[in-house]
Design a protein around this ligand. Structure first.
Ligand SMILES: Cc1ncc(COP(=O)(O)O)c(C=O)c1O
Length: 392
């Protein structure tokens, strides 16, 4: 019998958790399908589900329910944070300036580019070899009173944990809004907006066992953000449009579970990840674990195997039933090295030999055993092929 495939790409997306599916299903069926803005009983039932979801999301990140703005996912929330704050300062007659980390998700970087295209300024904060933002560069940017500073809590490609508390403190002292993308942090680390000193925080459902297409931006009171899309008065006009009630309910349940299980979940993932890293490195002594020296989240193992092209590795791994990814899912297929690895100072040829394995709730010891066997065999094959082709 063929072995079941091993999924080690949880940083890209996760399956919907049964508890989450159970919570959301009523809001797709006849009992609770109503429009939450309708005043009749159908609408009131949907509204109750939506508001309970808001409470759950808020509790998971230490915020107030009124601060939760449901979005179509992490990408929209990041855009709203960066562009929405820029639009708000422009409306107040001040210059738009967004300062963002060089290793941010493309959603943040691209939004900062738009700020610049609209006549504002973008500052890209460099990161060191472990992916940590340069705090002196942050201070220099803060001297220019940016509308927003955006630095992610946990990097999706290498797992680096940024010093968000320190960044938040410096932003507060300078009077700048601090946005953090916590998409890869929630459920892996304790996440508290208060502790991070963040005014804006992004989460995404599908990294947590909720479906794709739902996320949230948490906006603390006093943070001026302008809507990017316009329409009705839902969500105080900040994100109009009939709410994705079932999605929001799913996100609420997933966030609640993620926060409640965080400590045990992180310990389990960290042990599995460390074991996989150790076994692969015993078999491939020159494999490099990226961002190994910095503080890092427990679910990501980014490995560079010199001479083993990542595209070829991923294809052969997939043939052997192991699903992983190269850089972020969004850049997979592009021949360019990942911007994150480039920002960390990795030479292009090594960046193109980097594969990410990411663990999740469904990952088992058997998955790790299988990957520990398959990865070195595939790496040897890809290196041998490269050698043959190189000589040809
Ligand atoms: C750190 C980070 N931010 C934002 C996103 C985008 O989230 P979504 O897929 O919900 O738009 C992702 C997903 O790849 C991510 O890993």
């Amino acid at each position: 019998m063929p072995l079941a495939p091993v999924y080690l790409d949880h940083a890209a997306t996760t399956p919907v958790r049964p508890e989450v599916l159970e919570a959301m299903l009523p809001f797709l069926g006849p009992a609770a399908f109503g429009n939450p803005s309708s005043a009749h009983r159908f609408g009131r039932t949907a509204r109750a589900g939506l508001e309970e979801a808001r409470r759950r999301v808020a509790a998971a990140v230490g915020a107030a329910p009124s601060q939760v703005v449901f979005t179509s996912g992490g990408t929209e929330a990041d855009n709203l944070a960066v562009l929405g704050t820029a639009l708000a300062v422009r409306a107040a007659g001040r210059p738009m300036h967004a300062a963002v980390g060089a290793s941010e998700h493309k959603a943040v970087l691209a939004a900062a580019h738009v700020v610049a295209r609209m006549g504002g300024t973008e500052t890209i904060l460099p990161v060191d070899a472990n992916g940590i933002v340069d705090l002196d560069a942050l201070d220099a940017a803060l001297a220019d009173a940016p509308a927003v500073v955006s630095v992610m809590w946990v990097n999706n490609e290498v797992g680096t944990i940024q010093p968000v508390e320190e960044i938040g403190r410096r932003c507060q002292t300078a009077g700048a809004l601090f946005h953090t993308d916590a998409v890869q942090a929630l459920g892996k680390l304790p996440v508290s907006m208060e502790a991070a000193g963040a005014s804006l925080l992004t989460i995404s459902g599908h990294k947590l066992g909720a479906p794709k297409g739902i996320g949230a931006l948490i906006v603390r009171s006093g943070a001026a953000v302008e809507a990017m899309i316009h329409g009705g008065s839902q969500q105080a006009g900040l994100r109009p449009g009939t709410e994705n009630v079932a999605g929001a309910v799913a996100l609420g349940r997933a966030a609640e579970l993620a926060a409640a299980e965080q400590a045990t979940h992180a310990a389990r993932l960290g042990a599995l990840r460390d074991e996989l890293a150790a076994r692969i490195r015993r078999a491939i002594p020159d494999a490099m674990w990226l961002a190994e020296e910095g503080p890092r989240a427990p679910h990501v193992l980014s490995l560079a195997v010199p001479g083993a092209d990542a595209e070829a590795m991923l294809m052969h791994l997939d043939l052997q039933g192991v699903a992983a990814s190269g850089g972020s899912a969004c850049t997979t297929g592009a021949a360019e090295p990942s911007h994150v690895l480039t920002a960390m100072g990795m030479p292009r040829e090594l960046a193109l030999c980097t594969v990410r394995f990411s663990m999740g709730r469904e990952t088992t010891q058997a998955d790790v055993d299988r990957a520990a066997e398959v990865v070195p065999a595939v790496a040897a094959k890809v290196r041998a092929l490269a050698g043959v082709l190189g000589r040809a």
